[in-house]
Design a protein around this ligand. Sequence first.
Ligand code: CTP
Length: 406
Amino acid sequence: MQGKRVLLIVSGGIAAIKIPDLIRRLRERGASVRCVLTEGGKQFVTPLSLSALSEDKVYDDLFSLTDEHEMGHINLSREADVVLVAPASADILAKMAAGLAGDLASTVLMATDKPVLAAPSMNVRMWEHPATQTNVKTLQSRGVTLIGPTEGDMACGEFGMGRMSEPSDILAALEAFFGLRPKSQAGPLEGRHAVVTSGPTFEPIDPVRYIANRSSGKQGHAIAGALAALGCRTTLVTGPTALADPHGCDVIRIESARDMLAAVEAALPADIAVCAAAVADWRVAEAAVGKIKKHAGAAPPPLQMVENTDILATISNAGNKRPALVVGFAAETDDVIKNATEKRARKGCDWIVANDVSPATGTFAGDDNTVHLITEDASDAWPKMTKLAVAEHLAQRIAHHFEAAE
Ligand code: CTP
């Protein structure tokens, strides 16, 4: 990163204590770092430590005569190759989305003409709050790149999505942004393309009502992120979820199973397909064009259902468009291995990740997963682990599969 200029905006969050390490790593790679610190950020890290590590002044005051004389907040926002907000609190994301400019950090973010990357950091409930999710989507639609967040134990004692990505991952994201990941560090899936489905599908009844499966999308998104982390070009086709886009993936958002199938087919050819979506098995044959009204005393409207096309089976039987490795999921409560083995044969895929969702495992909406990997000639029982760990194991297995095939 020799000569690259990073403007680092440090907002308030416990993860700010990891920022000195990030600055050190950036400097070691030859980047220059100039810090803007918010009032919240100062509660966790001091201007002095950031200044010592960046070997530069730390900017924190919008109305400082000296600073304006020396640099000016407009120049500050433009004399950089990239603006990195880390940690990005719920507050600064909201300010960015709303276009507020009441302090130096938000003003710089409004005034910059440089690419902006943000590494969110907050409590899981704050991350999942619709306000934050709407802000995140707004920012992404304006070209802001999110790094993380990740899932794990939080400083507040809770567990979930919202932890800031580790400095090493933020660094990797910056290197990828600058196109600087040296070939020697290329992941084992470099040059391959994967299509991953995730989340639920929404099947409309009328413009305001729909039928859906319960699905958080956590497992599918984690798999897409884990494949991308191994260098795979990854297209994630996802139904509606509250999750951030996994880093490094091309994300296509759809609602219905039919749209998911069309998006998957349009994304082919691919070397790998992983169908982790909880696709609705049925849709309403003819969704009403206008909202169906209730009439006092009248019977509920009958819903004529038709079966959705099986996306996994379709791509498993796609002839010369079939990806070399097709992986499906099976949610089972009983006879996990027998049912999943039959499903593998019936759908024509190569592997099935059999999800033990019996109540005793507590798997369904949780963060852990207990899976078996069913392949042509084996069934491996994996120990109970987080969905992130399942994703990483699966991505590694996929990489080994291709290495062995070569
Ligand atoms: N799948 C799909 N398209 C569908 C239905 C399912 O791609 N229209 C995929 C899912 O993404 C998953 C696998 O098929 O990879 C799950 O198959 P499914 O038959 O739905 O199995 P279960 O959900 O386990 O349900 P059941 O046991 O009732 O068959």
